[in-house]
Ligand binder design. Structure first.
Ligand SMILES: Nc1ncnc2c1ncn2[C@@H]1O[C@H](COP(=O)(O)OP(=O)(O)OP(=O)(O)O)[C@@H](O)[C@H]1O
Length: 358
């Protein structure tokens, strides 16, 4: 295994001139040995480009890729000792499940006995033990993709295993199970796993560290908790969570804080600089408050939905919409009612130019 560090940028164009010409803007980051990472972001943000640069399928147009401090920028995937699992199954139909799983080990001339042991272990982890002697040809797409996952995980000596949206073809019911299984496999095998997805649930279930990306930028790398509690960029606040973070325009002037046109008391212990700000608060932390309570705003209810585990309240403060997750025990307001929502509190984040300030 290896610590993989990147200090690079990539453009598919020969003469990039502006930020939009880059699939990856200049970034510096490291993937620690044995970690479980996810690269998360919307389509086209640069996830596959970053993965392919790590695997050696793509040479970055600028900068370097280091494995344990060694420059591997131009090394092939074989030289890097990387295993990859793609969106669609890569299996040999004429081989049995066991032969497919053994293939990467046979290629490396691993002794037969060790191969049998490792194939047995991986098959058991992925619940393929009962199908080891079956030919891959007759298997379902789910089972074939499980074989691909197994082939990625079977070598104990790889620098890292890279997964590019590996659960796309998997049936939704099995998807949930496999996500958890991969997490468990990570704990058992202690391999470095890097997993590309645009699905936040997939990323947050699987990974210890999630890299949130947009438009060629890696905005924040953090645990599920850090990304939820302290998004360092408004995009992270908006992209993580369901629904995402609420944002309201604010302004500090002459030591006074104005949020969406209302004067509010600055929360204790927060020093805010003068000028324009954005206030970010998660729907989970917006609570109903008594009228005129410090830090609360009067809002007009647009909609209340009972979504089982909670009530989802949609309300307007001026032209701005807020979403609040309220406990099911809450007395139900009706559309058109005025309610006070506690916007400022210990979980509230303040942003300037989209970056977290406090
Ligand atoms: N071979 C290529 N040649 C030119 N441009 C490319 C190439 N591959 C990707 N791009 C562009 O680079 C940007 C990043 O693409 P990339 O595939 O890395 O994003 P992604 O986050 O993996 O998206 P998706 O989830 O849709 O696969 C996009 O604007 C894409 O159009």
């Amino acid at each position: 295994m290896a610590r993989i560090s990147l200090d690079l940028a990539h453009s598919y164009q020969p003469h990039p001139r502006q930020d939009s010409d880059y699939a990856l803007l200049p970034l510096e980051m490291a993937f620690e040995d044995g970690g479980a990472y996810a690269l998360l972001g919307p389509s086209g943000c640069g996830k596959s480009t970053m993965l392919n640069i790590m695997s050696g399928l793509l040479v970055p147009s600028h900068g370097k890729v280091l494995f344990d401090g060694r420059d591997m920028t131009r090394a092939s995937p074989q030289e890097r000792n990387i295993a990859q699992v793609f969106q669609f199954p890569v299996v040999y139909d004429t081989m049995t499940v066991a032969e497919n799983l053994a293939f990467p080990l046979k290629n490396r001339k691993v002794p037969e006995q060790q191969i049998r042991r490792r194939v047995g272990q991986i098959a058991e982890m992925l619940e393929l033990s009962g199908q080891l002697d079956q030919r891959a040809a007759g298997l379902s797409a789910d089972a074939k993709q499980k074989i691909s996952l197994g082939r990625g995980l079977v070598r104990p000596d790889v620098a890292a295993v890279l997964f590019d949206e590996p659960l796309t073809v998997i049936d939704p019911r099995l998807k949930w199970q496999l996500r958890r299984k991969l997490k468990q496999i990570h704990h058992e095998l202690q391999l470095t796993l890097i997993y590309v997805t645009h699905d936040q649930v997939e990323a947050l279930t699987f990974a210890d560290q999630v890299v949130v990306m947009t438009r060629g930028r890696a905005l924040q790398t953090g645990s599920a908790d850090a990304l939820f509690e302290r998004p360092r960029h408004v995009f992270v606040g908006y992209f993580i969570g369901s629904p995402g973070m609420n944002f309201l325009p604010a302004r500090m002037e002459g030591g006074r804080l104005d949020v969406a046109g209302h004067r509010l008391q600055i929360p204790a212990g927060r020093a805010l600089p003068a000028g324009g700000l954005q206030v970010g608060v998660r729907p989970e932390y917006l609570a109903l408050a008594p009228a005129q309570q410090p830090g609360a705003l009067p809002c007009t209810v647009s909609q209340v939905q009972d979504i089982g585990t909670c009530l989802m309240l949609t309300a307007k403060v001026g032209e701005h919409t807020l979403k609040a997750r309220l406990s099911p025990a809450t007395r139900l307001p009706s559309a058109g009612d005025t309610v006070w929502l506690q916007v400022l509190g210990e979980h509230t984040c303040f942003y300037r130019n989209e970056e977290l300030l406090a």
